[in-house]
Ligand binder design. Structure first.
Ligand SMILES: [Zn+2]
Length: 235
């Protein structure tokens, strides 16, 4: 899960805070800041990406227009989350934690709690996967037809692997630019970071190319820094 910095509340051209009546009015600002990617599963969606309430708007109406409660999500991730109030402190959030360290990705399209986590951190990571349904695939009791997140992630892995092999055959800067274009087009930031983990230059480029990735969560090598909590965490 890509760690992100949402930034301050958006303002209009004159520097005044945007006055919104519905959270959906923040969609353009969120997409500009974070790119057209689901904040949880990382898929790229140019349509049907919606403003996501970390704490559900029906559960806590007071947070409906709260900028710090908003992310972007696809319908699968959004509908996996319960409508009732949740204890935000029980989960990892991409704007608050080093979510790059919390999870690992594999070639089967699966996401797991990272092996380096402490038992307590691992439980938080598992709860987060369950909350967003990122662990669902055929055979999982809650998987539903039409939830292609695992499959899309597996396809993204294959695309990233092909690009990795192409780059090894043709290690030119033109090819590096091409990999970046394909990565942005495909989405699944964490898959690209995993497949290219031996290529610090490409990892740094991915961090730069996916808007407002929290660069402070990564080493120069592109590996996640060894912490899950981030400074100034709001949860
Ligand atoms: Zn999603």
């Amino acid at each position: 899960m890509r760690p992100i910095n949402r930034g301050d509340k958006p303002t209009d051209h004159q520097g005044h805070l945007l006055a919104v009546r519905e959270a959906s009015e923040y969609k353009e600002a969120l997409e500009r800041r974070l790119g057209p990617f689901c904040s949880y599963c990382e898929r790229r969606l140019t349509v049907s990406l919606a403003v996501e309430h970390m704490q559900g708007k029906l559960a806590v109406p007071a947070l409906e227009l709260e900028w710090s409660n908003l992310l972007l999500a696809c319908s699968n991730c959004n509908s996996a989350k319960p409508k009732s109030e949740i204890d935000l402190t029980l989960y990892y959030w991409p704007d608050t934690h080093n979510t790059a360290r919390a999870f690992t990705y594999d070639d089967a399209g699966d996401v797991h709690p990272a092996p380096a986590l402490t038992p307590g951190e691992s439980q938080t990571a598992s709860r987060t996967l369950e909350l967003t349904g990122l662990d669902r695939r055929p055979g999982h009791p809650k998987w539903r037809q039409g939830d292609r997140r695992w499959e899309d992630r597996r396809d993204a892995w294959k695309i990233a692997q092909d690009q990795h092999e192409d780059l090894q055959r043709r290690p030119t800067s033109t090819q590096r630019d091409k990999v970046l274009r394909v990565a942005r087009q495909t989405g699944y930031f964490s898959v690209w970071m995993t497949v290219f983990r031996d290529d610090a230059d490409m990892c740094r480029r991915f961090i730069g190319a996916f808007p407002n990735t929290a660069v402070e969560c990564f080493e120069e090598s592109g590996a996640p820094k060894p912490f899950t909590e981030r400074e100034g965490a709001s949860v």
